[in-house]
Design a binder for this molecule. Structure first.
Ligand SMILES: [Cu+2]
Length: 96
């Protein structure tokens, strides 16, 4: 709960360029902008409901219900991703 309050009131913590909350079976934010070499952190906080953040050939969080996943994007461009378990959950990371 303290993490929620922190991210609601402040920018991302050092080393993290964007934070995506996974809650209510959606990504919030669905769209983030980071610099090349930037890191996104996904926070799984959906009452124990399992999700898996996945971008083909780029990253996969594994099935997760109550933790965080981080990925650093070293290539400029747009990376679309979705939840493998709920394909209607989607988001995008704009890099650079
Ligand atoms: Cu999901």
């Amino acid at each position: 709960m303290s993490i929620l309050l922190f991210t609601a009131g402040c920018s991302a913590e050092p080393g993290i360029d964007a934070t995506v909350l996974i809650s209510n079976v959606r990504f919030d934010l669905q769209e983030v902008h980071i610099p090349v070499g930037g890191t996104v952190e996904w926070q799984f906080d959906d009452g124990g409901l399992l999700h898996e953040v996945h971008a083909d050939g780029i990253f996969d969080s594994g099935v997760n219900g109550d933790s965080t996943f981080r990925f650093t994007f070293d290539t400029p461009g747009d990376v679309e991703y979705q939840c493998s378990i709920h394909p209607y959950m989607s988001g995008i990371v704009h890099v650079g």
